[in-house]
Design a protein around this ligand. Sequence first.
Ligand SMILES: CC(=O)SCCNC(=O)CCNC(=O)[C@H](O)C(C)(C)COP(=O)(O)OP(=O)(O)OC[C@H]1O[C@@H](n2cnc3c(N)ncnc32)[C@H](O)[C@@H]1OP(=O)(O)O
Length: 427
Amino acid sequence: MTLPDGYRLTRLDDDSRLREVIALDAWAFPTEVAFDELLRLEQPLPWGRVWGVEHGGSAPGLAAMYGAYALSAYPVPGAETACGWLTWVGVHPGHRRRGLLREMIAHHFADCLERGEAISGLTAAEAAIYGRFGYGMAAPQVSLTIPRGAALRPIAGSAALAVEMHEWDAARHGPVVARLHRAYARVPEGIGRPGWASWETPELRRAQDQDPPALRQGLEAQRLLLITNAAGEPRGYARFRRKSAWNRDVADGTVQVRDAVALDAAAAHRLWSVLLDLDLMARIEAGPLPVDDPILSLLVDARAAMPTTRDLQWIRILDLPRALAGRRYAAPADVVLEVTDALIPANAGRWRVRVDASGRAEVARSEDPAELRLDIRELGAAHLGTVSLAALAQAGLVDVADGSHAALARAATAWSWPIAAGGSWVF
Ligand SMILES: CC(=O)SCCNC(=O)CCNC(=O)[C@H](O)C(C)(C)COP(=O)(O)OP(=O)(O)OC[C@H]1O[C@@H](n2cnc3c(N)ncnc32)[C@H](O)[C@@H]1OP(=O)(O)O
């Protein structure tokens, strides 16, 4: 990598640099939380995979940084894969637009490839930043503001489930919540949702479990709703907070749902029935939710929940043959792709992707004429099965060779997945 003169990259191995890292982060992401308070929080910094860009000059210090979470079981369609999750990206405002991010990205890609991570993912602070580096928007999210008392379609078995409500206790509830959250991504316990990353590393778990007053933004302490079956087994949970408000003596409170996860339809119905009927509340805010979350089908009037969609997760394919062979496909296909990749030349060129009846792909270099031409960014966008290659072709981002429209239809079907990619948290 070639940083501008006067800058050098350093690996940050432990929290001896915590003060500098948090100070830089607070320059990049302005916060009302006091510096000393920030230092006391559980910060999920992946030490050893945190990289700082140091500068000399009159006031030497950290000019930029990034980190990467080593997700070893990131869910892709029909499988789990190693993914280097880009995070903690920040450039001090006094050092921006000098190419530091571009150089950190090049370093991140090389580091992931060395570690055998065929894809990288991220959630973006701003949607316009990462497309230029070959990240494609692969998992959208929806957020809802549901009126209190909104009607749900009836689901058999819901009323028989038991409801427990607790004040959040990380030691007691953290493991149950982490288990249900993890199970939800997997078949047959859960639905098998691509993108549903779990809190794999100890730092991520500790940060997830905390509920410090500094991060409550005027809401109450976190509470837990647990749904259990007749055998006493947890089947779903929601973590939520309420904020009381009054509008000319009429109760106007808000419930903020941090996440709501259920392993079956009856548990989802029971969970939301409780959340939608808390006294003194007027609305329930929820999101990020997957765009096909059960609540959208359960609501009789989903429009009244004012669904708003936007990007959640972006995927960058780093090692094309390994990444494409590392997921499953919804239907057989045999297609020749011609791929451009300005940053990782090894991915560029023509590839034949053959998907067999079991949904497994063989990916090999090809001399045959290309049927679909696309950039690595579009392949990343389609990787979780939710963004359609046909829709990208309609937008002119996948170029279809003359006479290859049937190939596009087959590829778009194969790359699709029955469950929408999504997640419950931003990291
Ligand atoms: C995965 C995550 O962690 S997301 C968090 C990202 N961090 C933030 O948003 C915090 C506040 N912002 C910052 O720290 C910085 O402005 C960053 C990280 C967004 C950009 O860092 P810089 O070092 O200024 O970027 P750099 O100079 O390498 O620019 C690379 C390219 O991205 C473009 N770019 C940079 N920031 C943005 C932006 N916010 N929106 C659109 N384009 C951008 C530049 O114009 C440049 O484009 P070019 O290659 O066409 O010339």
